[in-house]
Design a protein around this ligand. Structure first.
Ligand SMILES: [Zn+2]
Length: 397
């Protein structure tokens, strides 16, 4: 119950004590005791002076929000164009962040040491307890031991790199500890999986029960499924590799061994190539592709043709996924968000044309709402043990 209450406040679904009381289905006294306990743990604050807005009836209810001086989680995202590190409070509040656009070291241990150094400075600067750490990586990650499955081609790291344990070890060496001075709990996940979790809790996926997310990353395409609020992971954490749905068996070869996967036919690099643009060195391809689409789509025939080709291929892939999964919402991120903005009718038609019984056309296709969703998702997995058992924030268990 304590964890359930904290999750409702964390995700903004219980802004007052009366909403919390009805969401939990308990008495006012029980909800009051729960709120007091979370307040004593330093996780939330209660504004007892809150009053009803004009026109509302009934008793005023205490306003609930996350404690702005409460603990933080450490989040990091690693991608081929650099890394981001942030300390993030409950409610997905980014307290402080730092990014690097330097190429990631080919040696995983050196890269993790650099990230840990930045993390240590941010955590010390925040001056607040750190409950845990989460890392988003551009590769499938096994749920059992936190190793990277794919030899991510633009990082050059070997298959089986134990990213979670490397990250944990470097954070320990950097002197970052968890509640009560204990070792910091660390988790790692695929960047698009974590983006989907963040969108479900704080963005365009709120309220969805079967949320499918498809998005371009810094390279390639990823997908994720959030079922009943939990990430679908498959039997070992490797489920929902939507980027490897093939949409053209005669298409480009993919690193997975297949041809014509969404990852090579509907990503930022493919869009730039089809539009006849040469990517400028030193600027992430994803950012360049989004800028070209936004700026030149209205008046550049080559850009419109490239967007139409990607929309057709993305529509093919989405139709396969929607027909198999039957989601109640599809969130599109990265370049795909901008393709939806550029031609919403075209993308919906590309999906609907391949939908049996016309049902796929009814699935809402919506744009991702969060700017740094993998980073926020990394904070979510860092917060998860405390969301499950808020007493952990005090370091007592
Ligand atoms: Zn593939």
């Amino acid at each position: 119950m304590l964890g359930q209450a904290l999750m409702l406040i964390h995700t903004g679904r219980a802004p007052t004590r009366s909403v919390l009381t009805s969401a939990l289905g308990v008495t006012r006294a029980t909800a009051g005791a729960t709120v007091s306990e979370l307040q004593e743990l330093g996780l939330i604050q209660v504004d007892e002076a809150a009053r009803l807005s004009p026109g509302q009836q009934g008793r005023p209810s205490h306003r609930l929000s996350v404690d702005p001086a409460g603990p933080v989680a450490l989040a990091a995202q690693l991608h081929p164009d650099g890394f981001e590190v942030a300390v993030i409070g409950l409610g997905a509040r980014i307290i402080a962040a730092q990014s690097s656009t330097q190429a990631i070291a080919g040696d995983p241990a050196s890269a993790m040491a650099e990230i840990a150094g930045v993390a240590a400075r941010l955590v010390a600067g925040a001056g607040r307890p750190c409950v845990g750490a989460g890392l988003a990586v551009p590769s499938a990650v096994t749920s059992l031991d936190g190793t990277m499955v794919a030899p991510y081609y633009r990082l050059g790291w070997p298959t089986g790199t134990p990213v979670r344990d490397l990250f944990a070890g470097k954070l320990r060496l950097a002197g970052i500890t968890g509640p009560g001075g204990r070792g910091l709990r660390c988790s790692a996940g695929n960047d698009i999986n974590l983006a989907a979790l963040a969108e479900h809790r704080h963005g365009a996926g709120r309220g969805s029960s079967h949320l499918l997310m498809v998005a371009t990353g810094h390279g390639g395409v990823g997908g994720a499924l959030v079922l009943g609020g939990a990430l679908y992971a498959g039997s070992t954490g490797l489920g929902m590799e939507a980027g490897h749905v093939s949409v053209d068996t005669a298409g480009l070869p993919c690193q997975c061994g297949s041809r014509g996967c969404l990852s090579v036919e509907a990503d930022a690099a493919r869009f730039l190539a089809l539009a006849g643009r040469v990517a400028e060195p030193g600027i992430p391809e994803l950012a360049q592709a989004i800028a070209v689409l936004r700026r030149d789509y209205p008046g550049d025939a080559a850009v419109r043709a490239a967007a139409a080709t990607l929309i057709e291929r993305l529509g093919l892939g989405l139709a396969d996924l929607v027909n198999v999964i039957n989601p109640d919402r599809v969130v599109l991120g990265g370049l795909h968000r901008d393709l939806l903005d550029a031609d919403p009718v075209g993308l919906r038609a590309a999906l609907a044309d391949r939908s049996p019984w016309g049902r796929g056309a009814n699935v809402p296709l919506v744009a991702a709402a969060l700017e740094q969703s993998p980073l926020i998702g990394a904070a979510e997995i860092a917060w998860q043990p405390v969301l499950d058992d808020p007493a952990l924030a005090a370091g007592g268990r």
